[in-house]
Ligand binder design. Structure first.
Ligand SMILES: [Zn+2]
Length: 58
């Protein structure tokens, strides 16, 4: 999956706030995401990220 900062991705499971959309902030061995609705920022590993993501929102 080709990903870059600034892309919005959708996750398989919704965040507790109800949103499935995440803005990519940092991409590398670890990935930093910001929930589009509540603004919560989380770090995850690239492997976990690829498992939790359903697709890229155009
Ligand atoms: Zn949220």
């Amino acid at each position: 999956m080709e990903i870059a900062p600034g892309m919005v991705v959708t996750s398989k499971k919704p965040h507790p706030c109800g949103s499935r959309e995440w803005l990519l902030l940092r991409v590398g061995a670890d990935v930093k995401l910001r929930c589009v609705v509540c603004g919560r920022e989380v770090w995850t590993t690239r492997v976990k990220f690829e498992k939790m993501i359903k697709g890229i929102k155009e």
